[in-house]
Design a protein around this ligand. Structure first.
Ligand code: NI
Length: 165
């Protein structure tokens, strides 16, 4: 286990389309362990492999209800419903926040670290985080959905319900 460096906006890794994970081996397991440790250390809600410079389709998402970290390999959104508007941040854009509209609920299909397919669903922050992290895997960031960043005053209004993803 070890901490990895989180790259920031402007780094080429954040604009590339990541390749599928094909080898469910010890190297992948180390990457996932490191990503979870890095995310925990940063106090965020989600982290995608390209954010630590690895252009593969893998991410970690925190389940808002249980506060457990989920490992999602080759994830896809299968279904979604409703709409929510809320503040969103990203560990690759430290200290900034923007209001982003996301589905209220999403269902995701993914593989676990051993390659087994499973489905998981979430609402609230978990749904927001699924969407945010999956976008990273296609080289997109939440800033593409906003006109401007929130001011400190606006952010204060949302304090307590926001997380870095
Ligand atoms: Ni992010």
């Amino acid at each position: 286990m070890g901490l990895r460096k989180i790259v920031e906006q402007g780094d080429d890794c954040l604009t590339r389309v990541c390749r599928p994970v094909t080898d469910f081996n010890a190297r992948l397991h180390t990457l996932l362990d490191d990503m979870t440790e890095t995310l925990q250390e940063a106090g965020g809600a989600g982290l995608a492999a390209p954010q630590v410079g690895v252009l593969r389709r893998a991410c970690i998402v925190m389940d808002e209800a249980t506060e457990e970290y989920m490992e999602l390999i080759n994830p896809e959104i299968m279904d979604q419903n409703g709409e929510q508007v809320g503040p969103e941040g990203c560990l690759s854009i430290p200290g900034k926040w923007g209001l982003v509209t996301r589905p209220a609920w999403v269902r995701v299909r993914a593989q676990d670290r051993d390659g087994n397919w499973f489905e998981v669903e979430g609402d609230g922050l978990t749904a927001r985080c699924f969407c945010h992290e999956l976008e990273h895997l296609d080289g997109h960031m939440y800033t593409e959905h906003i006109d401007r960043f929130l001011t400190d005053e606006e952010l204060e209004e949302y304090m307590g319900e926001d997380e870095d993803t």
